[in-house]
Design a protein around this ligand. Structure first.
Ligand SMILES: NC(=O)c1ccc[n+]([C@@H]2O[C@H](COP(=O)([O-])OP(=O)(O)OC[C@H]3O[C@@H](n4cnc5c(N)ncnc54)[C@H](O)[C@@H]3O)[C@@H](O)[C@H]2O)c1
Length: 356
């Protein structure tokens, strides 16, 4: 069976590099154009991937009838604007995390999505990483039995990120940019998280960069059935690279437990009556990490754009989409309020506050 090839336009060519690589290597996509306000960034990517065109003007991609999908990798604070423009132009949207930096913009997006009838997919890349994919398959196959605890973790020394000008501007926070990976994984397994409670601390390193939102956070969350998630993040301290897993997700259930780990692509399982086993997917490292170091996420993006293509083929809404993205933002807004007040906060109160 032959499939449609979807034509992709990419805006923001830092991490956008990963989706360019993914599109070029996928037989489901054609890279139609790329855009950045920095001509240097455009020229660098054009030379790297042998691209014959680029634009400095987003409008060129928005009005191009040849483009089906816009993929957005601009600084966090610009996502809301760029999504709305793409939906208004009648394009499907892939937006990297965080979808928005505040729920203030949610209503406008809901309206724009409804008017356009187009699909929006939030690129929560960690869901599409090899160990996490295997864990999800085991979860869906019921191998854990009844899950009652989820522990997710994103701890890294990400001081390098503060070299980016926009990470020191209003709208950036470690929670929305980094910890969202751990929050999303927890909410993936416990979609009914109803209450959150936690503490955050802003280190002297954080303050030196002029940031006020905490760089270390620890949270407990509870879902409607009383199941518990524990979600942790720290970003400006030296990491214990040999033992800190980067991003990880642990599920503990009546029949089995598992931990999917970012670092070294490991997946630990214990499904009774089997013994505990560690599975390594290190052989897939070159697929997931195509450039220097591990700071880009091309393999995860390859997996998610191909998933998105399948959803479009079937006319199905991709996951996570706009509503799930809004719920994750509401959980994070509740986390922020809990840090401010020192009290547990209900996610429903946040949604009510924004009339969502
Ligand atoms: N795992 C992941 O999913 C993952 C990983 C890294 C980054 N990201 C996301 O990607 C986004 C970009 O991060 P980054 O690290 O590439 O930042 P970056 O600063 O390296 O790159 C952003 C690019 O956007 C361009 N840009 C800024 N304003 C623009 C505008 N108005 N129009 C067009 N281009 C514009 C800049 O010139 C720059 O080239 C962030 O939202 C970040 O959260 C996601």
């Amino acid at each position: 069976m032959t499939h449609t090839k979807y034509r992709l336009g990419v805006i923001g060519l830092g991490e956008g590099r990963s989706i360019i690589s993914a599109a070029i290597q996928s037989d489901r996509f054609e890279l139609a154009n790329v855009c950045d306000i920095s001509e240097e960034a455009c020229k660098t990517r054009a030379a790297e991937f042998g691209l014959t065109r680029y634009t400095l003007n987003y409008e060129d991609m928005l009005k191009d009838p040849e483009i089906d999908i816009i993929a957005i990798y601009t600084p966090d604070q610009l996502h809301g604007l760029h999504i709305k423009q793409a939906l208004d132009a009648g394009k499907h949207v892939i937006v990297t995390k965080p979808m928005l930096t505040s729920l203030d913009e949610a209503h406008e997006l809901l309206k724009a999505a409804e008017a356009s009838g187009k699909h929006l997919f939030v690129g929560q890349s960690s869901r599409f990483f090899e160990p996490m994919i295997h864990q999800r398959n085991d979860f869906l196959a019921g191998r854990h039995g009844e899950i009652d605890t989820v522990e997710t973790y994103y701890i890294s020394d990400s001081r390098w990120f503060l070299k980016k000008g926009w990470s020191r501007q209003n709208g950036f926070s470690w929670m929305y940019n980094f910890m969202i990976h751990a929050v999303d994984l927890a909410a993936w397994y416990l979609p009914d998280i109803e209450e959150v409670f936690g503490y955050g601390h802003s280190s002297s390193t954080n303050k030196e960069y002029g940031l006020t939102a905490p760089d270390t956070m620890r949270f407990l969350m509870k879902d409607a059935a009383g199941r518990i998630a524990q979600v942790s993040g720290s970003y400006t301290k030296p990491a214990l690279r040999s033992v800190d897993p980067g991003i990880s997700c642990t599920l503990r259930g009546t029949k089995g437990s598992s931990r999917a780990v970012y670092s070294k692509l490991l997946y630990h399982t214990h499904f009774a009556p089997e013994q505990a086993v560690t599975h390594s997917f290190e052989d897939k490292h070159p697929y997931y990490f195509r450039f220097e170091g591990e700071s880009h996420h091309a393999g995860e993006y390859q997996n998610y754009i191909e998933y998105f293509a399948e959803c479009l083929d079937k006319g199905e809404a991709p996951k996570p989409g706009l509503y799930e993205g809004i719920r994750t933002l509401a959980i994070m807004a509740a986390m922020e309020r809990s840090m401010e007040t020192g009290a547990p906060v209900k996610v429903k109160d946040i949604l009510n506050h924004y009339s969502l």
